[in-house]
Design a protein around this ligand. Structure first.
Ligand SMILES: [Zn+2]
Length: 382
């Protein structure tokens, strides 16, 4: 009787110890996992252990769904596999943070899966199937999933931002086009009848203060920008003028956003109301004679320049005469002239020049056509 009691107590004790050991194994905290890994000099591949539970390869143990915040050996196995395939370069620490999420996301993108950064059944299956594609540095451009931008702040943010930025650059390369030239090679018409599309994007703007030789031209305002191609042509033209002794030159305006134009328009309307006592509607009509409505200004293209002479009215200067004669050979046109006012809808602007390329400019000069007339005559479809 006594022996039986002792055997019973001993059995209970053993069971209790087993239970404690098992429980402690199940509810290990994340620091414990890390500590264990650091204690083990050369950890055996964890996924090997997972597989060992079910040796039959036809029925692999499904990995759990893992996402930002998940922890444990399954996460560690995932990280090691991602590292093997080149998607992940950090330590496989069993913590599914933003870096792991980003790695999963890119894995999904490059393997044609829904890219949400969550390691679900399909992602896990492909990842461990032996058929997953390894990381390639220049993936096909793909839309940036919202998940990327919604990730929480973390010390790994820099690395994440780099990846996101790379994708943004790819997107922009796809979209970037010379919008100021039509697909069939003609200068894009911008006027009241043909306002610019709301989503118009400049192609290759340069900061003219940095870009232009100040020995040739003065850029009146800071942060004046223009399309590189047009600015290059402008500098060749003005450089030749200076070489012929015609100077000084100044650029008073170039690229303008729709917002800039709105501000200029509103200021002029207010001036007319205040200084000339006009009603708002009369002031707007008066403004429209000399200021383009936002969206209808050629300055939105970045290929137009208001060329002036510091301290004097441009019309009648030798600079004005020189440009009137020579601008065409450099690909520029005088956009708004006295004899075309009815067609362009603008009063003459001696100072406003638009770059359209030499071929178009010479025909317009030779046939005395403004842009509207030229396009109507030569462009198959406007
Ligand atoms: Zn202008």
């Amino acid at each position: 009787m006594k022996t039986k009691l002792w055997t019973g107590i001993a059995l209970l004790a053993v069971l209790a110890v087993v239970a404690v050991v098992l429980l402690s194994g199940v509810i290990r905290t994340y620091p414990q996992v890390v500590e264990e890994q650091q204690r083990t000099p050369s950890p055996s591949p964890v996924y090997g252990n997972v597989m060992a539970v079910t040796p039959d390869p036809s029925q692999p143990t499904p990995l759990p769904v893992m996402k930002n915040g998940s922890r444990g050996v399954a996460v560690q196995a995932l990280q090691m596999k991602l590292r093997e395939l080149g998607y992940f370069s950090d330590e496989a620490d069993g913590y599914y943070g933003p870096v792991t999420e980003q790695a999963v996301l890119i894995f999904q993108q490059q393997n044609g899966l829904d890219a949400d950064g969550v390691a679900g059944p399909m992602t896990n299956e492909l990842l461990f199937s032996g058929e997953a594609a390894a990381f390639t540095a220049t993936p096909e451009p793909s839309p940036i999933p919202a998940a990327v931008t919604e990730m929480p702040e973390s010390t790994d943010m820099d690395q994440m931002e780099e990846v996101v930025l790379e994708e943004v650059v790819l997107e922009e390369e796809v979209q970037a086009q010379k919008g100021y030239v039509t697909p069939d090679g003609f200068p894009l018409l911008v006027n009241r009848e043909f306002p610019l599309a709301d989503d118009y994007m400049p192609y290759d703007l340069v900061d003219m203060n940095d870009y232009c030789d100040s020995g040739i031209v003065r850029i009146k305002y800071k942060e004046t920008q223009g399309e590189r191609e047009a600015v290059d042509a402008l500098m060749v033209m003005l450089g030749d003028a200076v070489a012929e002794g015609i100077s000084p030159w100044q650029i008073s305006a170039a690229y303008r956003t729709v917002k800039d134009q709105q501000r200029i328009f509103n200021n002029r309307v207010n001036e007319y109301m205040k200084e000339n006592g006009l009603s708002r509607s009369k002031a707007r009509s008066a403004t429209r004679k000399t200021v383009a409505d936002p969206g209808t200004s050629e300055h939105h293209l970045g290929t137009c320049f208001d060329i002036t002479v510091p301290g004097t009215t441009f019309a009648g200067t030798e600079q004005a005469r020189w440009l009137e004669e020579h601008c065409w050979d450099y690909g520029f046109i005088q956009r708004y002239t006295k004899d075309k006012e009815k067609i362009t809808g603008f009063l003459a602007e001696a100072w406003h020049f638009r770059y359209v390329g030499e071929e178009h400019a010479r025909i317009m000069r030779d046939e005395n056509l403004c842009l509207e007339e030229y396009l109507e005559k030569y462009k198959p479809v406007i």
